[in-house]
Design a protein around this ligand. Structure first.
Ligand code: THU
Length: 128
């Protein structure tokens, strides 16, 4: 299964009764193992979580902390870009060159990178 196929499959489990916008994400750790996540909304809107956050949490829960590749999919008119918070979350575990595939359920996709998504990222070096 490709990373986008995994993201497509997990998207079906999204809990998005408020936005009706289901998102699926998959991250492949450097070990090769793939972790999936979907958005989980809440009636208290700010408590909702993004698909990328779910996939990253699953990876960490399995004891892995290094991302090799990311894929995100939604039923959007153009390939869906991660929100700002998710860009920072991805950058926590992925180096600048890591590819991020953005896709639509209609079959459109584009590939970008962590550094293109979050130029000038705040990182640990800024605290030294
Ligand atoms: N959403 C994600 O899961 N990932 C993104 O990168 C963009 C937004 C979710 C959050 C919310 O449940 C819904 O999409 C609408 O914003």
């Amino acid at each position: 299964m490709t990373l986008i196929q995994t993201a497509t499959a997990v998207r079906r489990n999204a809990h998005a009764p408020y936005s009706k916008f289901k998102v699926g994400a998959a991250v492949q750790a450097t070990s090769g193992t793939v972790y999936a996540g979907c958005n989980v909304e809440n009636v208290a809107y700010p408590e909702g979580t993004c698909a990328e956050a779910g996939a990253i949490a699953a990876m960490c829960a399995a004891g892995e902390y290094e991302i090799a590749e990311v894929a995100v999919i939604a039923d959007s008119p153009a390939p869906v870009p991660p929100c700002g918070g998710c860009r920072q979350k991805i950058a926590e575990f992925a180096n600048a060159a890591v590819p991020v595939t953005l896709a639509t359920t209609g079959g459109d996709s584009s590939v970008t990178s962590v550094s293109a998504l979050l130029p000038g990222a705040f990182d640990a070096s800024h605290m030294s």
